[in-house]
Design a protein around this ligand. Structure first.
Ligand code: ATP
Length: 502
């Protein structure tokens, strides 16, 4: 698993998807740049989300709020007082960790042990294997899973009541510093994750601001502006994508946990009392959105929260099977009227909706869907990256991205660099580029060019050869099957369109 992850990181760099930020200065921890192919893939994921949320839903509209907001926003939202992570230091190594993450990693290992037993049994029993039954009857699996459950429950309790209970749990489980093995821990302390900055030039008049740690608050403070100017009727939603910033303590696992990242959030405003219905609706709808990409149903699971944030009355994560195990990809939260009420209180302005059907005013309840764009990128990229052994025994690296998300949809390759083949290739590109991102490549033998496009995730290669001069046909090669068909140049657009459209 570690090797797979290393491959993902190096492939992303080698093929121009992701670079460490300011690499000439040895990078900046947990900050990354999206390179020529990465920016396309990221944009396509964003667009795929935006279309399904805004374009396909009559009652959801978009917004692009500023990153900088009035500082009282973050008092009202609870971020100034409660947006903390529990830190623990190792006295010997002087390394700093998130106490809850240490415990969660331990629990995940128990889960992996259980999975291993299940896999073994599955291999032994074949078709007769009944997972449900095995999980509830096999002594070892039952022990792993119940221990895991107990640990996570104690963690949740410690996090909400007494952080030193989390420390006690770490000591009891003999969790060691993952890097040095030392078990010599300090107490657990709270650390605020917001990045501060200043507005204004002179020291006296400067105002302390924060870089937004989530995009949601820009939606809440604009709720009434959008509702009135758009004559929106509850239930309706506001969708937004944009940067958010968190001074994460454990910034590791590549783009999974970054200090500057992008969110795709939608806040859905509903009648008080209707929120559970909509919460279920959005849980289901969002899972289906993920499944529509075809990365495999088995790679997703729900995690319903037992411990709820101060603003929520129900919450679940959609977890994804990343190269380092199942982790949160998206959160679906029933946020009640907490945020709008808080902004009413701190601003002294009413944020109420007049419901013409009920003939009454109320502060709507909110159901939120919030997915990290970078985490989506990692999920898609890591799952698509495959090493394949071919029939002739050779291997190829292929990035089997969903075609709709691929940075380049087709590469046009003249078989040789002469006899007018480059010119025809250019002409094909001139036609296709109005509809798709297409690339041209004439360097190296055509087999090597195919491999390069495989590694970039390009769904189609179009090869122009001498026969093209005679009958205006080309070969089109499919990335996944490597099948090649002879088709007319005039058919190319439809063939590509058919596969890459949303
Ligand atoms: P985690 O528990 O992993 O820190 P969270 O519960 O704090 O995440 P939310 O506040 O619910 O996350 O944010 C919504 C989404 O934003 C997450 O599901 C995740 O996809 C993304 N996200 C949050 N923090 C980061 C980060 N530091 N880097 C990249 N994506 C992030």
């Amino acid at each position: 698993q570690e090797d797979i992850f290393k491959n993902v990181v190096s492939h992303a760099k080698e093929y121009g998807f992701i670079f460490p930020s300011s690499e000439v200065y040895d990078g900046l921890s947990a900050v990354y740049d999206y390179a020529q192919n990465g920016v396309e893939l990221k944009k396509n994921i964003r667009e795929y989300w935006w279309k399904s949320m805004v374009q396909m839903n009559e009652n959801i509209v978009g917004l692009d709020a500023a990153i900088l907001m009035h500082p009282t926003t973050w008092k009202a939202s609870g971020h100034v007082d409660a947006f903390n992570d529990p830190l623990i230091d190792n006295k010997d190594s002087k390394k700093r960790y998130r106490a809850d993450v240490l415990v969660e990693d331990y629990a995940e290992k128990l889960n992996q042990k259980a999975e291993k037993e299940i896999e073994k049994a599955k291999a032994r029993f074949g078709d007769a294997f009944n997972r449900e039954e095995f999980v509830t009857t096999n002594a070892r699996v039952v022990e792993y899973l119940s221990k895991r459950k107990e640990i996570l429950e104690r963690l949740a309790k410690g996090m909400s009541e007494d952080l030193q209970d989390v420390k006690a749990l770490i000591e009891e489980l003999e969790i060691a510093d993952p890097e040095t093995g030392s078990k010599n821990w300090t107490d657990v302390k709270q650390f605020n994750l917001m990045f501060g900055t200043k507005l204004g030039a002179s020291a006296e008049s400067a105002m302390d601001l924060y870089l937004r740690p989530e995009t949601a608050q820009g939606i809440f403070v604009n709720f009434l502006n959008v509702q009135k100017s758009g004559r929106m009727k509850v239930p309706f939603g506001i969708a937004q994508t944009g940067k958010a910033f968190r001074n994460e303590i454990v910034a590791r696992q590549f783009i999974f946990r970054m200090r500057e990242f992008e969110q795709m959030e939608m806040q859905f405003f509903v009648r008080p009392g209707d929120e559970m219905k909509w919460y279920q609706h959005w849980k289901e709808t969002r899972l289906n959105w993920h499944l529509s990409l075809g990365l495999g149903k088995e790679n997703y699971r729900f995690h319903d929260h037992e411990k709820l944030a101060h603003y929520a009355n129900a919450a679940a994560d959609i977890e994804f099977n990343f190269p380092f195990g199942f982790k949160e990809l998206e959160g679906i939260h029933s946020r009640t009227d907490f945020d709008l009420k808080a902004h009413e209180e701190y601003s002294g302005r009413k944020l109420q909706y007049f419901d013409p059907e009920l003939n009454e005013n109320y502060v709507p309840y909110v159901v939120e869907t919030s997915v990290g764009l970078d985490r989506m990128f990692l999920a898609v990229f890591a799952t698509s990256l495959k090493e394949e052994t071919l029939e002739d025994g050779s291997t190829r690296t292929v990035l089997k991205l969903p075609a709709v998300l691929a940075p380049t949809k087709a590469a046009v390759l003249p078989l040789v660099k002469k006899d007018g083949l480059p010119e025809i290739s250019r002409k094909i590109i001139e036609d296709l580029k109005w509809d798709f991102n297409v690339a041209y490549d004439e360097k190296d033998a055509v087999g090597r060019r195919y491999r390069r496009q495989d590694a970039l995730g390009t769904p189609f290669c179009i090869t122009v050869d001498h026969q093209t001069l005679e009958d205006e046909t080309v070969t089109i090669r499919h990335r996944d099957s490597m099948k090649q068909d002879r088709v007319k140049i005039s058919e190319l657009k439809d063939i590509i369109e058919n596969e890459v459209s949303m």
